[in-house]
Design a protein around this ligand. Structure first.
Ligand code: SAM
Length: 243
C-alpha cells in the first residue's frame, strides 16, 4: 500500500503516525543507526551543545521517543534538575523507559504520554524544550509550537531538530533517491516494515523547509529565531527564545 500522505485528513494522519511508531518502536534505535550511518548521534550532540542546558534545570524532551536526548540531559541537569520525556506513543515511551532504566538513568526523569498540540504542563514551566525528528509527525504544527511557547519559562529556548531541505541540487537528488528507494527497501529488510519507511520518506519531503519553519516559529511567538544546517541541510536545527 501507499499511504497517499497528501490526501489524508487530520484524524487519519494521527492514526497513521500512531501505527507507524507502534510498528517501528522495537527496531527504532537500530534503524536510526543504519539509516543515518550513525550520523544522527552527531546531530543530537550538536543539539545538546546548542541547548545551553545546565545543572538544576527543568527540560522537556518532546516527542522524545526512545530517549537519546533525555539520557544526555539527565546527566547534565543532575539530581536537582528534571527531564520530562513526553511522547504521544505508548510503545515508543515504553522502549525509551526500559532503555534508560537499563542505562541506570533514574531519579530525575519522568515519562509522560502527551500530544505536542496540547501539552499537559503549567505555563512558564521549562528552561528548555527539544523536539528532535518529532515536529514533522505532528498534525497541527502551529498549535504545537504555541503550546511549546506557553510551557517555556521566559528566557527559555526551543530547539527543533528536523529533516530539512538539502542546500544543493545534487545532494537533493541523491537524497531523494536514497529516501524513496534505498530507505524503504532497508526498512523492509531490517524491520520487515517497508510501509513505515515509505511514510518516513514522504513526511520528510512534505516538511517545511528552513525558512518556512523559521517563519512558523516566529508566527507562534518565538523570538531571535535562527537555524543552522547540518550535513548540507539534510537536517536543520532551529532555535528560538521566549521573552
Ligand atoms: N526524539 C527521538 C529521536 O530523535 O530519536 C524520537 C523521534 S521519532 C522519529 C518521532 C516521535 O514523535 C515518535 O516517538 C512519535 O511517537 C512522536 N510523536 C508523533 N506525533 C506526536 C505528537 N503529536 N505529540 C508528541 N509526540 C509525537
Amino acid at each position: 500500500t501507499h499511504f497517499g500522505y497528501k490526501t489524508v485528513d487530520k484524524a487519519q494522519k494521527k492514526s497513521l503516525v500512531a501505527g507507524v511508531f507502534d510498528s517501528v518502536a522495537a527496531k527504532y534505535d537500530v534503524m536510526n543507526d543504519v539509516m543515518s550511518f550513525g550520523i544522527h548521534r552527531l546531530w543530537k550532540r550538536q543539539t545538546l551543545d546548542a541547548s545551553g542546558v545546565r545543572k538544576g534545570q527543568r527540560i522537556l524532551d518532546l516527542a522524545g521517543g526512545t530517549g537519546d536526548l533525555t539520557a544526555k540531559f539527565s546527566r547534565i541537569v543532575g539530581p536537582q534538575g528534571q527531564v520530562v520525556l513526553a511522547d504521544i506513543n505508548d510503545s515508543m515511551l515504553k522502549v525509551g523507559r526500559d532503555k534508560l532504566r537499563d542505562m541506570g538513568i533514574v531519579g530525575n526523569v519522568e515519562y509522560v504520554q502527551a500530544n505536542a498540540e496540547e501539552l499537559p504542563f503549567p505555563d512558564d514551566h521549562f528552561d528548555a524544550i527539544t523536539i528532535a525528528f518529532g515536529l514533522r509527525n505532528v498534525t497541527d504544527k502551529d498549535k504545537a509550537l504555541r503550546s511549546m511557547l506557553r510551557v517555556l519559562k521566559p528566557g527559555g529556548r526551543l530547539l527543533v531538530l528536523e529533516f530539512s531541505k538539502p542546500e544543493h541540487d545534487v545532494l537533493n537528488s541523491l537524497y531523494d533517491f536514497y529516501s524513496f528507494n534505498v530507505l524503504p527497501q532497508m526498512g523492509g529488510l531490517i524491520a520487515n516494515d517497508k510501509e513505515s519507511y515509505q511514510y518516513l520518506a514522504e513526511s520528510i519531503r512534505m516538511h517545511p523547509n528552513q525558512d518556512t519553519l523559521k517563519q512558523m516559529m516566529e508566527d507562534a511567538g518565538f523570538e531571535q529565531v535562527t537555524y543552522q544546517n547540518m550535513t548540507g541541510g539534510i537536517v536543520a536545527l532551529h532555535r528560538g527564545f521566549k521573552f
